[in-house]
Design a binder for this molecule. Structure first.
Ligand SMILES: Nc1nc2c(ncn2[C@@H]2O[C@H](COP(=O)(O)OP(=O)(O)O)[C@@H](O)[C@H]2O)c(=O)[nH]1
Ligand SMILES: [Mg+2]
Length: 392
């Protein structure tokens, strides 16, 4: 053990040697690399530490993959442009929604008794060419987050999706169902229709905790920010606020395990007597509590409320559909699916990387075009429904 380490680095090194788990070893090695004062005498030591760190991280990743393979066996792999999870309490009408939305014949069986769905049921539909995979997950119950009724897998299934349909049964206690689901999801670190906090955190080698734009922070200022970061174990980081941030949002920003997902409530069984009253009770609860949730009333029995619902779902995804046109003017049936704000360069990357190398110009029709067939370069931002033709 070299004796020319600075005190802080020595402490971290000792803790690394005593650590009992791979996570702890990684944490202390990372801190060691961050705090060590560099000079010729420690060069070899530092190199060795970095190599160990690399190996430990590789091992950790392997363990993580192995766990995924065994623990979450029934996660439905994403096979389409987007995956939509249908969730709700027992008998809420999830399978019926899946059936009403699905275009395939292999739709789910609907049972008139609880606990029908013990593993996901899968269907599919499309929204102007974009393929939506529908996954009905087993019911959410009190204690899902602790693992009741395969709850851990249900939550993993939700996190794996791109959008959530929340089935709420209008024939009894809709507010209780919503509260239960939101509680389980909140403890399970899933946030619905919530923007990610406007905070960027960047780990750096040294320099303690540096805060920028703290006027956006709605708590008690710089000292509080630094204090919170310290108690969470952060040492050398740059914290940058990009917009208004409450204390709760700041805590969320420090937690990388939180999932943010778009969601829509489907209020089911609207044909049943008494459902209208329950519907207004639910609406009132949502508006009084300013919940960022919209409700679509549906009836699977009467097939009501499902008109152009695929468009509504697609619009929640923050994605755009871009169609391609060939040299004889035919337009593709299937669009390329891109994140909102994508450019024509992003579209071509999906089509063919080779094409990008030989790109000369493109033409565009649709919302982003100033006129039909406008000639554009790589940086044009595309809009949903645009048609492009690429010349290479
Ligand atoms: N009247 C009526 N009954 C419905 C409707 N949707 C579902 N149900 C009934 O509610 C029960 C549970 O439906 P299901 O879709 O299996 O719920 P899941 O357990 O959430 O999948 C079944 O008896 C369905 O026939 C609806 O729109 N109207
Ligand atoms: Mg079901």
């Amino acid at each position: 053990m070299p004796i020319n380490l600075n005190h802080e680095a020595q402490v971290e090194w000792d803790k690394y040697l005593e650590a009992s788990s791979i996570e702890e070893q990684i944490a202390h090695l990372e801190r060691f690399v961050g705090v060590v004062v560099k000079h010729k005498g420690v060069e070899n030591h530092l190199r060795m530490a970095k190599q160990k760190l690399k190996r430990l991280k590789a091992t950790q990743e392997k363990m993580r993959q192995a766990k995924k393979g065994s623990g979450e066996r029934w996660l439905v792999p994403k096979g389409e442009d987007a995956q939509i999870a249908i969730i709700g309490t027992v008998n809420a009408g999830k399978s019926s929604i899946l059936n009403s939305l699905s275009r395939s014949d292999s739709a789910a069986k609907v049972g008139a008794y609880p606990f029908t769905t013990v593993k996901p049921e899968v269907g599919s539909t499309s929204a102007r060419g974009a393929r939506l995979q529908l996954v009905e997950l087993p019911a959410i119950v009190e204690g899902s987050v602790r693992g009741e009724m395969s709850g851990k897998l249900v939550l993993a299934g939700i996190r794996n999706s791109d959008c959530v349909i929340l089935a709420i049964d209008l024939t009894h206690n809709p507010v209780e169902q919503l509260k239960l689901i939101l509680k389980e999801l909140s403890v399970g670190k899933i946030r619905l229709n919530t923007e990610k906090p406007s905070v960027k955190i960047e780990k750096v080698g040294s320099g303690n905790i540096q805060v920028f734009n703290s006027h956006h922070y709605e708590g008690k200022g710089n000292d509080e920010i630094t204090e919170i970061m310290r108690t969470k174990g952060y040492m050398n980081v740059i914290v940058r606020f990009h917009g208004p941030t409450t204390v709760d949002q700041f805590f969320d920003a420090l937690d990388y395990t939180i999932s943010y997902l778009p969601a829509i409530i489907f209020a089911t069984k609207g044909d049943v007597k008494g459902s209208k009253l329950n519907y207004s009770t639910l609406m009132e609860y949502i508006s009084t509590n300013k919940l960022p949730l919209e409700i679509i009333p549906v009836s699977s029995s009467n097939n009501e409320g499902f008109d152009s619902i695929e468009e509504t779902i697609f619009n929640k995804l923050n994605k755009i559909r871009v169609f391609t046109r060939n040299n004889v003017g035919d337009i593709s049936e299937r669009p390329i699916i891109l994140d909102k704000g994508s450019t024509i360069e992003n579209a071509i990357e999906v089509l063919s990387k080779k094409m990008l190398r030989f790109f000369r110009f493109a033409r565009v029709w649709g919302k982003s075009a100033k006129f039909d067939g406008e000639k554009i370069g790589l940086d044009r931002i595309l809009e949903d429904g645009d048609v492009i033709q690429v010349f290479a």
